[in-house]
Design a protein around this ligand. Structure first.
Ligand code: WT7
Length: 647
């Protein structure tokens, strides 16, 4: 475990402000400790108490069946519909309450009350049904951040179709891989969406991505960008035309608790992206409970999570968690700094946002832009701040607290993953004394442990692997179509434990400090990419012979991609070629995968057995001089050349 350094010495701590604690959903540590103890000692009693609050159309007969581990069944035999949980159940009390307050990048706005959102979801559900889409079908969603995106998820949920949202920044090829893997019969998209002042042509990517895929019989297109689109008669239909004649009511399908609700693809350390499967009952229980306690949700809150719904954060903490709690959710289409550097803060002021949840990379970007931008706006409505996606450096944490939170807002640093479905390690804002940079304590029902590679538990402040001992309701149920990979990836490395892929340490007071990934996954702006995926995109270029990709530290995005590339003898690796190669990766995967740096080399350093020496490359990319044990390097001259290489 020597590669896990723990260099952080942080001893500042911040107790919840008294006025916050007094009004908090959970405001005393004793109650937290008692609830936590119960959730660990008698999980079934604890989760039964929580799940009872949801509107089951058929009660469950058992809380948990873990006899086929790692295949979990939660709330066995229960029947429930996610869109009914998020919408119908609020209609008696909250019909006129805003559910979604939306702002487009150009500044246009729309507000949908719970009644309006419910009606729109029913209509969209009827529209999908009229195209023959039904329970169990997979539907790909590739959209900008407009209200119809949330509607699309909930409409699928209403009829029992499994949604597979693909982030709008992915390219046609990435879209195709995911649509094929899930054999999606339909795609919901838009003509285009606004991003940094121009319209991204989404429909064009869909057309390219599904060319020749005969199983895709329907493409529903929302009009947003007003850009020109090509049209395939019979397959394509406008959203507004599809909904023109449909009924306003649609009975929610009574889904089995363990029916899949959605697939969401994420990168692993090897091979193609994994379609993470989440099911219905447990996911709703996990996301709704965490939203209530972690965000201390009150009836009059205006809650804004700045993530894109294309990622798990948006699924769990824009759509399902907050709506299940009847919250008012702010949704924003555009880039954080368009048309000006204070755009986010302008929106906080305009919509009187009270709870704000974003990523460390965004905070560091704002730090660089300067405090004068947030200072132009009235941020006094804020009462709670959150972060997710990667560890936040204490400096950014302090800036967030002081400059955005005015020194009065607690910060919840939430650690979780696509696979966990819901927040796992987090402060509770009315209870936990926070330490900058620490995700602090486990949430209810979460039983984390730090172990070495053999699974032995480590002591305080020893860096090791972060694993989970107990099943939890919102846990992934599998990888779509690949049971073997599911078992292999998450449950075999440390027998009997769920292994998350992260290194961590726990300090002497029981606080968790995440130390980053221990596998070949890089975290760029809080988004996971596998080095393998980028490598295979690089070598798919005809001029490239071999490529090795590593992450290197980046002040703003956390990590960025550095690619070591060898090219064919007759190719000149000049600046123009480098630019073309970076574009090639962008078109294979998406812009987020475009390498920040390319280093052309005659050969890659390998061990005698032919393995690329990634740790060495990581050190070179990071500019670290000492490269450790040199005895296994095959070709010293290559090493020397790599180190001296200068852009
Ligand atoms: C990986 C999961 C969960 C939504 C966003 C990313 C890293 C996430 C934290 C945090 C330190 C964090 C981990 C994790 N991560 N939150 N608060 N502190 N690291 O979801 O794409 O599934 O990535 O993000 O490395 O394994 P994801």
């Amino acid at each position: 475990m020597s590669q896990i350094d723990n260099v952080l010495h942080e001893d500042r701590r911040f107790a919840p402000p008294e006025e916050f604690r007094e009004r908090a959903v959970l405001g005393d540590e004793e109650t937290y400790r008692r609830m936590y103890r119960e959730s660990i000692e008698s999980p079934e009693t604890f989760w039964d108490g929580v799940a009872r609050e949801l509107p089951w159309s058929e009660p469950y007969s058992r809380v948990l069946d873990w006899s086929q581990a790692p295949r979990a069944r939660w709330f066995v035999d229960g029947r429930i519909n996610a869109s009914a949980v998020c919408l119908d159940r609020h209609l008696p009390e909250r019909a006129e309450k805003p559910a979604i307050v939306w702002e487009g990048e150009p500044g246009d706005t729309r507000t949908l009350t719970y009644a309006e959102l419910q009606r729109e979801v029913c209509r969209a559900a009827n529209g999908l049904k009229s195209r023959g889409i039904s329970r169990g079908d997979r539907v790909a969603i590739y959209m900008p951040m407009i209200p119809e995106l949330a509607v699309a998820l909930l409409a699928c949920a209403r009829i029992g179709a499994v949604h597979s949202v693909i982030f709008g920044g992915f390219s046609a090829q990435a879209l195709r891989d995911r649509i094929e893997d899930g054999s999606c019969c339909a795609v919901i998209t838009a003509d285009g969406g606004w991003r940094r002042g121009s319209v991204l042509p989404l429909k064009r990517e869909v057309d390219a991505g599904i060319e020749g895929l005969d199983f895709v019989h329907t493409v529903v297109v929302v009009r947003r960008g007003e850009n020109e689109v090509a049209w395939t008669e019979g397959r394509d239909c406008w959203y507004h035309e599809l909904l023109a004649g449909v009924a306003n009511e649609c009975e929610p399908e009574a889904m089995d608790s363990e029916d899949p609700l959605f697939l969401l693809y994420t990168s692993g350390s090897t091979g193609k992206p994994k379609g993470i499967v989440h099911t219905t009952g447990g996911y709703l229980v996990g996301t709704s409970l965490t939203t209530k306690y972690v965000f201390d949700l009150r009836e009059d809150d205006v809650y804004w999570c700045t993530a894109d719904i294309g990622w798990i954060t948006g699924h769990s903490y824009i759509v399902y968690g907050p709506l299940a709690n009847g919250a008012t959710v702010v949704m924003y289409e555009g880039a954080p700094t368009t048309p000006h550097a204070g755009r986010f803060w302008e929106l906080v002021e305009k919509h009187r946002v009270t709870i704000f949840y974003t990523a460390p990379t965004a905070i560091r970007t704002f730090m660089r832009l300067g405090a004068e931008h947030p200072e132009r706006f009235d941020l006094s409505s804020l009462r709670l701040l959150g972060t997710v996606g990667e560890s936040i450096n204490p400096e950014a944490w302090m800036w967030y607290r002081d400059t955005i939170g005015g020194g009065r807002c607690p910060i919840v640093d939430t650690w979780w993953q696509t696979e966990t479905g819901a927040i796992m390690l987090t402060p509770l804002p009315g209870v936990t004394e926070t330490k900058p940079g620490s995700a602090t304590w486990p949430f209810f029902g979460v039983d984390p442990v730090i172990v070495d590679e053999q699974g032995n538990e480590l002591g305080a402040n020893e860096g090791g692997l972060l694993a989970l001992r107990k099943p939890w309701p919102s846990m992934l149920r599998g990888i779509w179509g690949d049971e073997e990979r599911f078992r292999e990836t998450y449950w075999s490395q440390l027998p009997g434990l769920y292994f998350a892929g992260d290194g961590a340490r726990r300090d002497e007071e029981g606080y968790f400090w995440i130390l980053g990934r221990v596998d070949d996954v890089i975290n760029i702006s809080g988004h996971r990419l596998s080095t393998m995926e980028v490598e295979s995109a690089l070598v798919s270029h005809p001029a490239v012979c071999e490529a090795a990709v590593v992450g290197r530290p980046d002040e703003v995005t956390g990590q960025s991609i550095c690619a070591f590339v060898t090219v064919a003898a007759d190719v000149e690796a000049d600046a123009a070629f480098g630019a073309a190669l970076r574009e090639h990766v962008a078109s294979e995967i998406g812009k987020l995968a475009r390498p920040a740096e390319l280093r052309f080399t005659d050969a890659l350093p390998k061990t005698r057995s032919g393995k690329i020496m990634r740790r060495l490359l990581r050190d070179i990319a990071a500019g670290i001089e000492s490269v450790g044990d040199m005895s296994t390097i095959e070709d010293y001259s290559v090493l020397a050349k790599l180190r001296d290489y200068d852009d």
